[in-house]
Design a binder for this molecule. Structure first.
Ligand SMILES: *Cc1c(COP(=O)(O)O)cnc(C)c1O
Length: 362
């Protein structure tokens, strides 16, 4: 077996080693059942305990009270692009969308197929180098909800303070920065996140929803597309992605043991700092895609002067076990995804490599 690499993949992404080891250790015989967690019934008391623990852990870390539920749904964050308008965008109303990247665009496009979805702010014309300034946002009157993407995985930008939506429910796609920093949970009515970036393996999406939102689904909407179905059945209406939920439970425990969200933010700020410093101190050898005020702590995007050099960078990085650094085609260059589970050592190693590569090639 070759050694594990520093995994900078955007998602599915790196998981905490201690979590993988625990899953390995109890893989064949979960909690004395004589079965793998993959083999036990979703109706067993052991699995019910897993779902309850994952819901409680998520709420506790985010500081969410009893007015919130946590649901585990399949279909990825992409299915939430449809479920949100299906549940909350009735005929005759409209929703406001903030366009800050590819996933925000997709969410808006899906909503447009189902109802009236307006753009309240967009930085498309600048290739999404930043998130809109508050002065550039125009919320409409009486929107059914506002949709925001808190971290833009492809472009490497992140909202560092939230726009004020007043009494209009704020719905957030937090797929790539959930649980990476403390947030004011009371500003949100619904948060969704595909697990495969900061929470666990792919195949399950975490939805945190305020209870009052559960009542809004139109009567004709089918069971599997309604949030209240999942809430009423503790995410066990049908067979849920059991292994994924189990992994999320372990990751939540790991975050808690690591000191919670304040500790995560400190850890993530230090980590991203190594790499942004390597960009900023390179005399223009590396150029960051994101404007400084919108820089993401989770996805760091940068380019070199020539594509040839970028190819060489990726090939040489791989020889130092620095993996998954190729950027998305809409930005080009490099992207270092440094989610919670990426170690400080991994980021420092990447920054060192960037420094030595620059010295050799400039
Ligand atoms: C990855 C990602 C998605 C898509 O997630 P799927 O689970 O593949 O549907 C949506 N939004 C954001 C912000 C993402 O990072």
């Amino acid at each position: 077996m070759t050694e594990r690499v520093y995994n900078f993949n955007p998602g599915p992404a790196v998981l905490p080693l201690s979590v993988l080891e625990q899953a390995r250790d109890e893989f064949l015989n979960y909690a004395g059942t004589g079965m793998s967690v993959m083999e036990i019934s979703h109706r067993s008391k052991q699995f019910e305990a897993i779902v309850h623990s994952a819901e409680a852990g998520c709420k506790e870390l985010l500081g969410a009270g009893d007015d919130f539920r946590v649901l585990f749904i399949q279909g990825g964050a992409s299915m939430q692009f449809s479920m949100v308008p299906l549940n909350f965008l009735p005929a005759g109303r409209h929703a406001d969308y903030l366009l800050t990247g590819s996933f925000a665009e997709k969410a808006w496009q899906e909503a447009q197929k189902l109802g009236q979805a307006q753009v309240a702010g967009s930085t498309w014309g600048e290739n999404y180098r930043r998130v809109p300034d508050k002065k550039e946002i125009n919320f409409s009157d009486n929107a059914a909800y506002v949709h925001i993407t808190t971290n833009n995985t492809i472009y490497g930008t992140q909202w560092h303070s939230l726009p004020d939506t007043g009494s209009v429910p704020l719905v957030a796609d937090m797929s790539s920065d959930i649980l990476s920093r403390p947030i004011d949970i009371n500003k949100f009515s619904l948060i969704y996140a595909g697990a495969q970036k900061n929470l666990g393996p792919s195949g399950v999406t975490v939805v945190l929803i305020r209870r009052d939102m559960l009542e809004k689904a139109p009567a004709h909407l089918t069971s599997m597309l309604r949030y209240d179905t999942y809430a009423e059945n503790d995410s066990l209406y049908n067979t849920p992605p059991t292994f994924g939920i189990y992994m999320i439970m372990l990751v939540l425990d790991w975050i808690e043991e690591s000191g919670g969200l304040a500790a995560m933010e400190k850890h993530n700020t230090e980590k991203a700092g190594y790499i942004y410093d390597a960009i900023d101190n390179s005399n223009g050898f590396y150029s960051g895609h994101a404007e400084k005020g919108s820089r993401s702590l989770m996805n760091i995007t940068f380019r070199l002067a020539r594509e040839e050099l970028e190819k060489q960078f990726l090939a040489e990085a791989a020889t130092y076990r620095l993996s998954g650094l190729k950027g998305h085609r809409s930005v080009g260059g490099m992207r270092a995804s440094v989610y919670n589970a990426m170690s400080k050592t991994g980021c420092a190693e990447l920054a060192d490599f960037m420094e030595s590569f620059r010295k050799k090639n400039s």
